[in-house]
Ligand binder design. Structure first.
Ligand SMILES: Cc1cc2nc3c(=O)[nH]c(=O)nc-3n(C[C@H](O)[C@H](O)[C@H](O)COP(=O)(O)OP(=O)(O)OC[C@H]3O[C@@H](n4cnc5c(N)ncnc54)[C@H](O)[C@@H]3O)c2cc1C
Length: 385
């Protein structure tokens, strides 16, 4: 067991830190102010630096490095803002990974190099108006007619909707109930019959550009099937990487909050001395540090153990549920030690509080992760029905 970053990982960290400081801070302010997604030219800069394919093999345009390396980059960018880091999340952890692990070769060679260069982004459309946690109840229908697929349905909460060029769409590919009928297809935004709702307004993560997707007789070739009906287990296996990305965004927010709180408490004077001199403040800072370190260890352990494949359900669920709860504790301490300034929009902490909450809702909520953990411990799945 080696808990030190290797030379390559330290280099990734430094490059990402510099990019975050020199470029992303201003981008994040714009995302927050206008709710607009990361501009295309900034995404291309991310591509030029290799950030959009850290763990994608070189043959598809990536750097061919490991999962821990990819998460190190994501953490540094999410420290500034998870919305500004979103293209890196989608490429290194999200739907691009579903394509990489399960997609047919022609899709991988067509799409992944464009993702890695920053030419385009791929989003995931899984949730529906009536289907959140109970994903296997989804009703979007993809009917196979000869060599074509005709898709009808409505997707909800798709981050990047209308902005991303490509979509990994979970849909019902066979007339079988529950998981047995579900698979995933790839489609692009200019396909006739595809339209997008107006962007949603959220408490935080402004810049995710989240919206509904409407599919009316959308036709795509049958070769665009990523996973056929009955392949939910595969989809969930690569979704474990998305969950580690989710946990890493939580980690980035927490680590960023700790940096801000450390700085502030050494500057702010009360009773004639910096407030870091008060023991109660010291304890809060220490609690923040312990949570940040524990989050990072659990996430990196899950990623490291998966270096040759995908992260396990147990490791992922442990890391995600812990990180999702820990980030809420950390930002709560952060805002408390900053008093009124922590609550004010001139300071970064209030945004971190707002940005912290969503990770324990999306990507499989905290309670579901805990059900997974117990399920893995006792060696059987618990029916939620
Ligand atoms: C900012 C944001 C971005 C998102 N991005 C995407 C995206 O890009 N693509 C996409 O497909 N979706 C996305 N989502 C949707 C997200 O995945 C869902 O919100 C999530 O799956 C939970 O579904 P729900 O919100 O419908 O909650 P519900 O399923 O209605 O659950 C509500 C609550 O009920 C409880 N609950 C439900 N079922 C159980 C159970 N079995 N056991 C215990 N408790 C339970 C939990 O407390 C849960 O939080 C996004 C959501 C947000 C807020």
């Amino acid at each position: 067991m080696d808990f030190q970053l290797n030379e390559q990982q330290r280099e990734f960290q430094q490059t990402a830190r510099r990019f975050a400081r020199d470029v992303l801070v201003d981008v994040a302010k714009d995302c927050e102010r206008t709710s607009a997604p990361v501009p295309d030219e900034v995404r291309r800069q991310m591509g030029d630096l290799g950030f959009l394919g850290v763990n994608i093999p070189e043959e598809y345009g990536g750097l061919g490095a490991g999962k821990v390396d990819a998460l190190i980059v994501l953490e540094e960018l999410a420290k500034v803002s998870p919305a500004a880091a979103f293209p890196v999340f989608e490429a290194n952890c999200g739907p691009a990974q579903t394509l990489l692990y399960h997609g047919p070769e022609h899709l991988k060679t067509r799409v992944l190099p464009r993702v890695c260069s920053g030419e385009m982004m791929v989003s995931v459309a899984m949730s529906e108006p009536d289907t959140g946690t109970a994903m296997t109840d989804l009703s979007t229908r993809a009917e196979i007619r000869g060599d074509r697929i005709v898709i009808n349905g409505v997707k909800r909460w798709c981050s990047g909707a209308g902005h991303a060029r490509g979509y990994v769409l979970y849909c019902r590919l066979a007339d079988r109930p529950g998981a047995a009928g579900i698979g995933a297809v790839y489609l692009e935004k200019d396909t006739p019959g595809l339209s997008f709702g107006k962007p949603e307004t959220f408490m935080g993560v402004r810049g995710f550009h989240n919206a509904e997707i409407h599919l009316e007789n959308v036709e795509i070739p049958v070769e665009n099937i990523i996973v056929p009906a009955g392949g939910v287990r595969d989809l969930m296996r690569s979704f474990n990487m998305e969950r580690l990305g989710n946990a890493t965004c939580a980690l980035g927010i927490a680590a960023g909050a700790l940096d801000v709180a450390l700085d502030y408490t050494q500057q702010r004077i009360q009773f004639g001395k910096p407030i870091v001199e008060f023991q109660a403040v010291q304890l809060r800072l220490a609690d923040m540090k312990v949570d940040v370190e524990a989050m990072r260890l659990l996430i990196h352990r899950a990623a490291q153990a998966a270096e040759d494949g995908l992260p396990s359900l147990m490791d992922t669920s442990v890391a995600k549920s812990f990180a999702n709860e820990a980030v809420r504790r950390v930002v709560a301490h952060g805002i408390q030690v900053m008093g009124a300034n922590g609550y004010h929009t001139d300071y970064p902490m209030e945004q971190k509080v707002r940005d912290s909450w969503v990770w324990g809702i999306g990507g499989g909520h905290i309670d579901l992760q805990k059900v997974n953990i117990t399920s893995e411990m006792v060696g059987r799945r618990f029916s939620q029905r």
